[in-house]
Ligand binder design. Structure first.
Ligand code: SF4
Ligand code: SF4
Length: 439
């Protein structure tokens, strides 16, 4: 699989007008504008979806699975992200979503919040261990994990080795369904209903474990219309009632920033949302400026998963709806609702089975001496540039342009400032030549 295929954020070249809006927002400087169109440097993209949000032309897209892909399996289980519950007006209760999904063709529905309950308990146990690194960093948001791989590799050992609620829920859903109906695991497909592209990437290319238990990611936007129709016709009860086992209100609370920290009952936890803010705090952690912090929950989207780039509803409204919906759910603490035995029952499927590797950013040269020469050349060019970081050259900053020039992806005259300087020098020379010829 090429690095391009591993990403879920792609460019529709035909729609891009080269406006540079995405270039300025990309947190890892993964975008360039060349020949009037955006391009994404795959090695640097973390699938955060910021570019999807800012592109007025809808040229940045999230590649997820179509609803029809569930038909690859005899039995299909929907795994709704808790965020889904905040998308609809006048929702009677969470069960109406499950009924709607089953009428759309799913054989069963399994709340990802149940996976969050188990993940919360597993994290609490990790925090109790004397060998636990501080702060422990949440592994829930794949875009943040990828950011750590790309920009903060020194913090990899701080990432808690507990799989995401989506993965734990898929394992539990498949097991329970097979036991109940006496079917083979390979006949069952588990599909996450996703608010973001980074989850789709995490299914294709899991971080910290070999293989995903999830078979596909269907975007909330993709199913929104169909599910709304089902909800209008909703009647409680009947043969198509989903077999629900309750999750806790705290499990559903993982949909918003701070929900995970609340669920794990850790007072010295810090929850931060928005990829730039997360980046700033990771920098602080890297520089040992937060010595008392025990747990860091970083979510790439503002507000948390409810603010994902491929949801329908405004983040604040969705958040408020979820708050109202969970009033009927069990209010007990995770330590009362989930036992250590419940975590153990799932065995190794709760934890990582492979180390997280740093992602090497683009090397200047394989040869060390050559790389040093190129660094000197970058510095030389950077000094000539105006330091405005205006983006009009097609690179996000003057430093990035200097690097792009040395790598052979850009030229000095892509900088409008240098171009203007060169044009005025040429004009001066022309005047001098014409004066000389007149004499
Ligand atoms: S925001 Fe980026 S992808 Fe969208 S039109 Fe502008 S340059 Fe192209
Ligand atoms: S998804 Fe995020 S990291 Fe990737 S190109 Fe878009 S803004 Fe940059």
């Amino acid at each position: 699989m090429s690095s391009k295929d591993l990403h879920s954020v792609r460019l529709d070249k035909g729609k891009c007008v080269g406006c540079t809006a995405c270039l300025k927002r990309c947190p890892t400087e993964a975008i360039r504008i060349r020949k009037g169109r955006a391009t994404i440097i795959d090695e640097m993209c973390i699938d955060c979806g910021e570019c999807i949000r800012v592109c007025q032309q809808h040229a940045k897209i999230a590649v997820t699975d179509p609803l029809s892909s569930i038909n690859r399996f005899k039995y299909k289980i929907a795994l709704p992200a808790p965020t889904l519950y905040g998308q609809f007006k006048k929702l009677n209760d969470i069960s109406s979503i499950s009924r709607g999904l089953m009428r759309m063709g799913f054989s069963d529905v399994f709340d990802v919040a149940r996976g969050a309950d188990i993940a919360s308990r597993a994290i609490m146990e990790k925090l109790k261990s004397p060998s636990c690194p501080h702060p422990l960093i949440s592994s829930a948001c794949p875009a943040v994990l990828r950011l750590i791989q790309v920009r903060f590799p020194e913090l990899i050992d701080n990432v808690v080795d507990v799989r995401s609620p989506m993965e734990i829920a898929a394992t539990m859903a498949r097991r329970e369904f097979c036991e109940k109906h006496g079917v083979k695991p390979e006949e069952v497909g588990c599909f996450f209903i996703t608010p973001c592209a980074s989850k789709a990437t995490a299914i294709r290319n899991p971080i910290g474990h070999q293989k995903s238990a999830v078979d596909g990611a269907i975007s909330i936007i993709e199913i929104y219309g169909l599910l709304s129709t089902q909800l209008r016709r909703d009647k409680p009860g009947g043969d198509d009632e989903a077999d629900h086992k309750s999750c806790t209100a705290l499990g559903i609370g993982w949909a918003r920033s701070g929900g995970e920290s609340l669920a794990i009952e850790e007072e010295e936890a810090l929850a931060v949302d928005g990829i730039e803010n997360v980046s700033r705090v990771l920098e602080e952690i890297e520089n040992d400026r937060l010595p008392d912090l025990k747990y860091f929950e970083g979510l790439a989207c503002e507000g948390g998963c409810v603010g994902g780039p491929i949801v329908f509803e405004n983040v604040f409204i969705a958040r408020n709806r979820i708050r109202k919906l969970v009033v009927d759910l069990p209010r007990e603490k995770i330590s009362d609702a989930v036992s250590v035995g419940d975590v153990r029952e799932l065995g190794n499927d709760v934890f990582f089975d492979k180390p997280i590797q740093p992602v090497e950013s683009l090397k200047l040269d394989q040869d060390f001496a050559e790389a040093l020469k190129k660094m000197d050349r970058i510095e030389e060019i950077r000094k000539k540039l105006p330091g405005l970081d205006c983006g009009s050259c097609g690179s996000p900053t003057c430093q990035a342009l200097a690097e792009d020039i040395v790598r052979g992806y850009a030229q000095e005259l892509d900088c409008l400032f240098l171009l203007k300087q060169r044009v005025s020098e040429m004009a001066k020379q022309m005047v001098e030549i014409s004066e000389l010829t007149r004499e």
